[in-house]
Design a binder for this molecule. Sequence first.
Ligand SMILES: Cc1cc2nc3c(=O)[nH]c(=O)nc-3n(C[C@H](O)[C@H](O)[C@H](O)COP(=O)(O)OP(=O)(O)OC[C@H]3O[C@@H](n4cnc5c(N)ncnc54)[C@H](O)[C@@H]3O)c2cc1C
Length: 423
Amino acid sequence: MDWTPTRARALERLARFLPRAGSDYAETRGYDDGPVGEAPGERGGANVSQLSPWLHAGLVGEAEVIEAVLRQHSPREAGSFVSEVFWRVYFKGWLEQRPSVWEAYKQGREAAFARVEANAGLRTAYEEAVEGRTGIPAFDTWARELGDHGYLHNHARMWFASIWIFTLKLDWELGADFFLRHLKDGDAASNTLSWRWVGGLHTAGKTYLARSDNIARYTASRPGGPLAAEELADEAEPLTEPREHGRRSLDLPGPVSPDALAEPYALLLHDEAAHHVPLALSAPPALVIGAARPEARSPRPVGAGATAFARGAVTSGMDEGARAFGCGSVWWEDGGDLSAILAEAGIERLAVPYLPTGWTRDALMPQIAPLVEEGRVAWILGDLARATWPHARAGFFRVKKQIEPILGELGITGANPPEGLPG
Ligand SMILES: Cc1cc2nc3c(=O)[nH]c(=O)nc-3n(C[C@H](O)[C@H](O)[C@H](O)COP(=O)(O)OP(=O)(O)OC[C@H]3O[C@@H](n4cnc5c(N)ncnc54)[C@H](O)[C@@H]3O)c2cc1C
């Protein structure tokens, strides 16, 4: 699989997947066929789009992907795929309304690492898990696959998290940290909330139990045959936590008015919005600023593949932005001074693609907040998020019921395929 972090590669991958995005996807998306490849005759990964790294980086937008799929499939045939894309939007909106879940995750992670440091047995168990030496062949295969590819099939992620929590009895935050540091698509909302979902913290009392017969069935087409996972826990008692996470109301920016971008402004591209096209800007920027902060995912080392993808995404977005708008581009490196960059360019205003709750916000907000105070920032939030997040108050079902009206309201009908989609 070619993981080049560019918009062109995202659109090529999308074009290749499109014929399978209808009923094929609905029927086969549960099968983990093993390491990803797309050479002719190579089946690996073909059941699913593998678009998550590009979607996470904002090299292609959710609305664009849904548009492209609806151009080739009826809403009914595409329903399963579209619904999965909405899970991503749902998780983002849910976490935005409960930011204390992200704060509690970070505290829980540090407390869990302290226990690992203090207890030799626990340390051995943790090291065996992340190095793929537990003796559970399926689990060990996925641990290595994550390190080698920075990607795992959704079903593999669910089984892995379930075995981590219920069979190996390790703290869920340690597993979520391991994923976040190595997944190219590592996303604060989808990752944290999926781990919580498996453990029974997202949907109270509902857990996900990995079973060896289910794993064997859905991994049967892997190159080495089905994966074995004997002696797994046979029950999954829901995890508990000491506090309730109250919901705060959303205070989302409206669509950017033409006035807001009337004066010369700089566009900030970051880890979750690395390309200008999905942002649908109404006026060209005078400068493109790039900030990649993959190391903010965790205090511990972030995988080389995830780091390279994140930096490469912002690099390609900056180059393409500068070319498209005929302006300059500059890095805002970690530790650099954003205000000084703007002052040097003689630019007052900054357009910032929305920073959702998570590590991207943690890393960038301290220097952006003073500019917000001074009234110099225009926030850019996509219409799909603005329309969907208010429904992401509790379970996914509420969002699912809104998919059709939201797509109708936003005119996402398949008539406007992404700019640059091949074929
Ligand atoms: C424990 C665990 C951790 C996860 N961590 C992440 C993460 O850090 N980042 C991330 O993007 N996804 C995460 N997911 C969700 C999901 O596994 C991936 O989005 C999906 O496997 C990506 O592969 P794909 O692009 O081929 O998906 P496809 O099946 O082709 O789906 C298309 C797109 O829809 C979205 N999507 C699909 N399934 C889900 C889902 N269950 N939840 C949220 N969005 C979904 C993704 O953006 C995906 O690219 C996690 C799931 C679990 C169980």
